[in-house]
Design a protein around this ligand. Structure first.
Ligand code: ZN
Length: 301
């Protein structure tokens, strides 16, 4: 039987790094991205084109983008853009894929990007209109619940996606921004979304707030999702969402999928080595495990 392919999309260099308070030198960022590529990851969110005053960690977005585009022509590289200004910069520096973000919860959206739903959807439409050849993903923040508005009905999520669909966007990333999902909820949402939006690309981005990143991501895979976002070391969080912790760790998730027989393309030991290099160079909150498959390389760090 042919192995089922699951694409692990690495968001550590953006979602992970932006939650590290001390500036990570650009050469260290590039060294980590290089190790991610060598570990077998083919799809990497490398940075965010956000105002450097808002998130100083991303002030080297242009350098990181230019370097990576030149060095990895065969890797799918993309960036987060919080607004039209960021989208213009990302495209100007050569990216052909960008991610825009709107929260299902309008309260969270106002706190995160300082916009109403109307303003965000208008801006998304403008980005799609201005860059018809650029792939635009929509991060659907707080899909599985909001720290301010609580849990909402499937209807609320579906109406939000209908509105987004009308703008022309066809790639949705369902984000458990603060870790409120559980496997039953994930399955319920995904089944509805896959049925209604069968012509769209659907990804998930699950936070590991209560050690549920793995089970929730796996629940999504069991419903037919084959693109899952994770972050090396389990770095990440959401600076605007109280209580948010890191993302699902790439090394643990890759290990689990490889062990289960899924084809990820990610080498379980190389990705742990990458996480080890990250820990040695960047001070952050880590959750991934440092247990190698190859016994000669066993580390208990
Ligand atoms: Zn995240």
């Amino acid at each position: 039987m042919e192995q089922e392919k699951i694409e692990i999309i690495e968001v550590g260099p953006r979602d992970g790094f932006q939650n590290v308070s001390q500036f990570i030198p650009t050469n260290i960022k590039l060294a980590i991205i290089d190790r991610l590529v060598k570990s077998g990851l083919n799809n990497i969110q490398i940075t965010s084109f956000v105002h450097p005053k808002a998130i100083p960690q991303m002030k080297d977005a242009k350098e990181v983008t230019q370097f990576c585009l030149e060095k990895y022509p065969n890797i799918n590289l993309f960036a987060l853009v919080p607004n039209l200004f960021g989208a213009k910069a990302a495209v100007e520096y050569g990216l052909t894929e960008i991610t825009y973000v709107i929260s299902v919860s309008e309260t969270h959206n106002r706190k995160n990007v300082k916009r109403t739903h109307d303003e965000s959807f208008e801006e998304l439409s403008e980005i799609l209109r201005l860059f018809p050849t650029v792939k635009v993903n929509l991060d659907v923040a707080t899909t599985f619940g909001c720290p301010y508005e609580g849990m909402y009905s499937i209807k609320t999520v579906m109406e939000f996606l209908e509105r987004a669909y009308k703008t022309g966007v066809r790639s949705f990333n369902l984000c458990d921004t603060v870790g409120l999902a559980d496997p039953i909820l994930v399955k319920k949402v995904i089944k509805n979304v896959l049925t209604r939006f069968s012509d769209c690309e659907i990804q998930v981005h699950i936070h590991d707030t209560r050690n549920m990143g793995m089970v929730n991501s796996l629940a999504a895979i069991e419903c037919g999702i084959n693109k899952v976002q994770t972050a090396i070391g389990g770095l990440g969080g959401c600076p605007f969402a109280p209580g948010a912790s890191g993302n699902t760790s790439t090394e643990d998730f890759a290990y689990m999928l490889n062990k289960m027989g899924y084809e990820t393309g990610v080498d379980s030991d190389l990705i742990i080595n990458t996480a080890k290099f990250l820990r040695e160079n960047v001070d952050g909150n880590y959750s991934g495990h440092q247990i190698f498959i190859n016994k000669n390389k066993v580390s208990t760090q």
